[in-house]
Design a protein around this ligand. Sequence first.
Ligand code: GLN
Length: 552
Amino acid sequence: MAKEGHKYIFVLGGVMSGVGKGVVTSSIGLLLQQKGYPVNLVKVDPYLNVDAGTMNPTEHGEVFVLRSGMETDQDMGNYERFLGRDLTNEDYMTSGMVYQSVIARERALGYDGKCVEAIPHVRDEILRRIEDAASYNGSKVSVIEIGGTIGDFQNALFIEAARVLKMKYPDDVLFVMVSYLPTPGTLGEMKTKPTQTAVRDLNSFGVQPDFIVARSKEPVDEKRKEKLSISCNVPHDHIISAPDIKSIYEAPLNFEKDKLGDQLLDALKLPEKRRASLAAWKKFALAATNVKVPEINVAIVGKYFDTGDFVLADAYLSVIEAIKFSAAKLNRRVNITWVNSKNLEGSNAKIVAELGKYQGIIVPGGFGESGIEGKIKAIQFAREKKIPYFGLCYGMQLMVVEYARNVLKLKDANTTEVKKSTADPVVDVMLEQKKHLADNKYGGTMRLGAYPCYLKKGTLARAAYKKELVEERHRHRYEINSKYVKTLEDAGLVFSGTSPDGVLMEIAELSRSVHPFMLGTQFHPEFQARPLTPHPLFTEFLRSAISRKRKK
Ligand code: GLN
């Protein structure tokens, strides 16, 4: 059963994908939250994977890990960043998850001997999940983004579930269609026809959009708004112009100017509880797009094959955003360069030529052996040349491998992920992970989600966080081998963050007296960086990078 008076806004895509449904969903969430309503944002992914964890990030973008440990779509990261709070498992659903529940119930005779079918059983499971999400976190409004585009086979059942919800609660359900208005170069004129066709497509599902967010290169003019309004049966002031912007963080500000939040509340018959206060957000968005501030050059070193910048930006979305938030706080803009670690595997001269020009180097999370030796060389270079270095997960593990090889002189030191028979497995598979790997149980079995981390006094990490106990999100199967901890510490490596029982090494760093910033985390700090609360470790890393530039 739906919660009494709960409101639902479905965000659907028309014409084509990739035009910013996620940003519209996040912006609506932020605006309604600012106007006094608790909001939850739900991502529906029509694919059959049970979660996003088994997908290659260069195919599908980053795997965003929730606090609970659920491995989700990168849009969930944007939702959390816009809302400024954690989302829960109920806020995410895939077709795989939905079917898994239905089939498990069928196997347990949960359908009383009936023939189990897409309609009504799968549809009703979707509805159950939507209503379940609505009852969490005291939410009053759910904004639900249905992945894909209208007309796809895969998302049809989700649209059907939304239609049924609207039929049951006509005053409590709205549909927002995010569409695209192309301006063909030869015509030089913005065309509304594809949007009209998409609306007709949606109508064939029995759904009428209440709002159209018209994405386009330039703002949509009055003439086209009128045309869309008449032909699509949508009130004129419900056609929202959404031209291209420099930064996604400007979107809620533009939507507020266009009164999208007020229009949505009116349509839902909800009074505005307070004026949206977007001052802090605006300040951040201005800082994030300010091109007049000095630049910091940061290299992200990873294994990237034929992937273009566009794909990489998606695969490491949270890392890039985390860098941006800290840069905005420090009044800087960051120029990120992707460095293919395979190109670093040759001579040292090559490394100097490639890496000498950066103020900071990051090795982000990763899996497997390709490009590993290049990453280790980059880390060695950063350590020896005292270039600020920040290692995220794999980047921390390889920082320890490098230290063992070049400082402890354990020449064969390695992670067993790369070389099982290594003489010195300074990074080794976690005990509980061995069985999962032996049984080929890969889905959702890593050490996932938030765990507490205790920070040692007098360390860089403790000074950055200004706290003794923090909680950070993880996604890994390997860890620093406890047998080597003492030897590494005796050689100067500081394990400044550990699990509260002291067993797992969560942060490794070098003392500030020997290096300005050389720090790696077993967790992924990027998942908790938010526009208005940048992550202290990213901020410290950039601060060191800035002072390196000044010294030069
Ligand atoms: N491959 C490493 C592990 O499984 C690191 C994972 C990561 O960087 N997320 O432990």
